[in-house]
Design a protein around this ligand. Structure first.
Ligand SMILES: NC(=O)c1ccc[n+]([C@@H]2O[C@H](COP(=O)([O-])OP(=O)(O)OC[C@H]3O[C@@H](n4cnc5c(N)ncnc54)[C@H](O)[C@@H]3O)[C@@H](O)[C@H]2O)c1
Length: 268
């Protein structure tokens, strides 16, 4: 490792990286980074078609960037999709779980269906995507990397935002990653999380379309004084997926413009 160039240590050449929820937003941005780092990138998402930008990238690299429509809350669909992916690509060297949903609501307004949906996508969907990928890594003795997109809300309150249930679902991701990192360490499989702060994606913009005052929080609450972009998250994922982080497991990397070190009770 010491003799390898910097580029080689960050390279994903010859590797298959699977990204859930990569049809748009943060997952889509990460798919381009992995592509640029030389990986074969397999994206799954519930969207029938990915973002047009993704389709443009795919036209330029048809053999390197692949899309599978798959609802992570549907057990049979997940099993079918992983079977097709593995028939075609055989191995998974890295997995990123970016699929997720967010609900911004007062605690007392949450319905059973809200909680079921958060759990189905953010918890169960994440769990079994990782399980399918790790099963393949273990079968082939691959010292792979698991990167789970968590959230700042798993570790601290986001004042003004009403994320009690969402925060709980990301708490599941945060805790699961730590236990799994320990369980998989003997196999050389690393498990880490990324906790984004406020990132300008469809998820946050659709919440703000219902409560426009959220835009003020996204832009002003981070100590850096701006909302984050999916590009702010990209290289953190590359670091965790590549050999550059080969001695790192069970860690969380916050990409949040300083939210984690700020405190107080931000008022609108
Ligand atoms: N945007 C932020 O500020 C922010 C902050 C912290 C964490 N996150 C997390 O980052 C991840 C990516 O979110 P984003 O901001 O890019 O939002 P996004 O809505 O653009 O992306 C989420 C993706 O998940 C997919 N998805 C939703 N339900 C699915 C299902 N049942 N099966 C398969 N795919 C499904 C969506 O179609 C979408 O493409 C999410 O896990 C989110 O919770 C986002």
């Amino acid at each position: 490792m010491a003799n390898l160039s910097l580029a080689a240590r960050f390279s994903l050449g010859g590797r298959v990286i699977l990204i859930t929820g990569g049809g748009r937003g943060i997952g889509m941005a990460l798919s381009k980074t992995c592509l640029d780092a030389g990986a074969t990138v397999v994206v799954t998402d519930v969207l029938p078609q990915p973002d047009p930008v993704f389709l443009d990238w795919q036209k330029k690299t048809p053999n390197q960037l692949h899309y599978y429509c798959c609802d992570l809350t549907d057990k049979e669909e997940v099993e079918r999709t992983f079977t097709s992916i593995l028939e075609k690509f055989h191995h998974i060297h890295g997995v990123v779980t970016a699929a997720g949903v967010c609900i911004d609501k007062p605690f007392l307004k949450h319905e059973w269906e809200d909680i079921r949906r958060l759990q189905a996508v953010n918890e169960t969907g994440t769990f079994f995507a990782v399980q399918n990928a790790v099963k393949n890594m273990k079968q082939h003795g691959i010292k792979g990397s698991v990167v789970m997109i968590c959230s700042q809300s798993a570790q601290h309150v986001c004042p003004g935002h009403l994320l009690t249930a969402y925060a709980g679902s990301k708490g599941f991701v945060f805790s699961m990653a730590r236990s799994l990192a320990h369980e998989l360490a003997p196999d050389g499989i690393r498990v880490n999380t990324i906790s984004p702060g406020y990132i300008a994606t469809d998820m946050n913009l659709s919440l703000a379309s219902l409560r426009p005052e959220l835009l003020k929080i996204f832009n002003e609450a981070p100590p850096f004084g701006r909302v984050g972009t999916p590009q702010d998250v990209e290289l953190a994922a590359l670091y965790l997926l590549s050999d550059a982080s080969s001695y790192v497991t069970g860690q969380d990397l916050a990409i949040d413009g300083g939210m984690q070190v700020s405190s107080g009770n931000y008022k609108l």
